[in-house]
Design a protein around this ligand. Structure first.
Ligand code: DON
Length: 305
């Protein structure tokens, strides 16, 4: 049965895998994170939360922010406007790959690879006067926490090492799929990635995806049921980059990962679960986090398949 104790026990099973992955160091400010941290939080559809390990320790949400940015864009643009600029197919490439973008004339495969998230950030830049502030407000509301901030050291570290993301954005600009000043959009994008949250806040913030668009602790839907279903479909097919197929096979839950070591997964109608362990596997997804979710789905019988 799901309880804090059963989650603690689950973490004990996967903890010995710590040491088999590598902390992301291409963003220097992330390289110093203590790799021994491990946390999990489950948020049920009724708002009850179960936790174990370092569930209240904040970490860099990184690409998990791409889900919130996409959701924000879907509330401000028509689906046509969005899907003419970014696709909805798995990329089969690394999350920061440039190669496909050149072949496919500057249209990214999906909103969860870096190229797609940069297009979404570009769209938000066009519609919002203060995009970073709006993103923080959205997350504080969804997570039911006023204590969520941007880690400016991480954002600056990403900005100083922007070459690959800048190349992606300029390539899209050359194809006419990027409207704003590249560095201005990169600053917003890096700030979204550099938001710090913990497992409890992330599981709570994803709850709208388990509840047909209605976030826990709120009485108004963020998006409608159809849009929620579509977001979950994108998570299931593209949320773990080039490992989305293997993750579906092993875990069976729509999910989104980030290079900070967080993964948030959804069982529509039932729950959301966030795990965090900073060491990554070769695809850039949390190694121990994936193992923890695999065991979670096995032990508690949760899978969408
Ligand atoms: O732009 C980047 O490379 C990072 N800010 C985000 C990458 C990320 O989290 C990919 N995740 N697995």
């Amino acid at each position: 049965m799901l309880s804090n104790a059963s989650l603690e026990e689950l973490l004990d099973v996967v903890r010995p895998l710590i040491g088999e992955g590598h902390v992301a160091d291409y963003i220097p400010a992330l390289a110093n994170v203590n790799p021994n941290q491990l946390g999990i939080a489950v948020c049920l559809a009724n708002g009850d939360v179960f936790t174990a390990g370092d569930a209240t320790e904040r970490f860099s949400i990184q690409s998990i922010s791409k889900v919130f940015a996409l959701t924000a864009a879907l509330t401000r643009f028509s689906e046509d406007e969005l899907w003419t600029r970014v696709g909805r197919e798995p990329s089969g490439q690394a999350f920061n790959s440039l190669i496909q973008l050149e072949f496919e004339k500057g249209k990214p495969r999906n909103p969860f690879i870096n190229a797609g998230a940069l297009v979404v950030a570009d769209m938000l830049q066009s519609r919002l006067s203060a995009p970073k502030q709006r993103m923080l407000e959205l997350l504080r509301k969804l997570a039911n926490s006023t204590d969520i901030y941007i880690d400016h050291d991480v954002a600056s570290s990403e900005f100083e090492h922007m070459a690959r993301n800048a190349a992606i954005a300029y390539l899209m600009k050359s194809h006419g799929n990027f409207n704003n000043d590249v560095e201005t959009v990169l600053q917003s994008y890096f700030s979204y990635c550099a938001i710090n949250m913990n497992c409890v806040e992330l599981a709570t913030a994803f709850s709208f995806l388990a509840k047909k668009g209605l976030p826990c602790h709120r009485n108004k839907s963020l998006v409608n049921e159809r849009c929620t279903r579509r977001l979950n479909a994108l998570l299931a097919t593209c949320g773990l980059y080039d490992e989305s197929g293997d993750f579906a096979f092993r875990v069976g839950m729509p999910a989104k990962s980030g290079v900070g070591g967080g993964i948030v997964a959804v069982i529509p109608g039932e729950l959301t679960v966030c795990v965090w362990s900073p060491e990554l596997n070769e695809s850039g997804n949390s190694l121990v986090g994936t193992a923890a979710l695999e065991l979670f789905s096995e032990r508690f019988g949760h899978s969408i398949f």
